[in-house]
Design a protein around this ligand. Structure first.
Ligand SMILES: [Cu+2]
Length: 125
């Protein structure tokens, strides 16, 4: 039975950054506060399991062959803090969130995907 998570954005600044800013730089290095996330069937694999509190940028790449999404849940998993709606195969999207210390749950909420393994935990410290 799917839980109805309400959007609760009041305490969190969410900036959805679509597309790439100009410059054409190749970011091979993972900067502090930046988490590269690889999604595929059926796993979510962040480049780091821990990140500094504050502004966190998720660069999510769908390396699978079907569409996925990406949702950041609050430490008690009751609130959806930020999400990327639909990431097509081969596509990357960026999500910037202000995070306080705690354990956050990263999930693909496409029906069945979380159960199949598309979830992980990120520690913010
Ligand atoms: Cu998925």
């Amino acid at each position: 039975m799917p839980k109805a998570h309400r959007l609760a954005l009041c305490t969190v600044l969410v900036l959805l950054v679509t597309g790439c800013a100009g410059g054409g730089k190749k970011a091979e290095q993972v900067a502090p506060g930046v988490v590269q996330v690889s999604e595929k069937e059926f796993s979510i694999d962040p480049s780091s399991k821990a990140v500094a509190a504050g502004r966190v940028t998720f660069r999510v790449k769908n390396e699978g062959s079907i569409e996925h999404n990406f949702v950041v849940f609050s430490p008690d998993k009751s609130k959806k803090l930020a999400e990327l709606d639909a990431i097509k195969p081969g596509q990357s999207q960026e999500l910037v969130v202000q995070l306080q210390p705690g354990e956050y749950r990263l999930v693909c909420t496409v029906p069945g995907h979380e159960e199949a393994g598309m979830h992980t935990t990120l520690r913010v410290q």
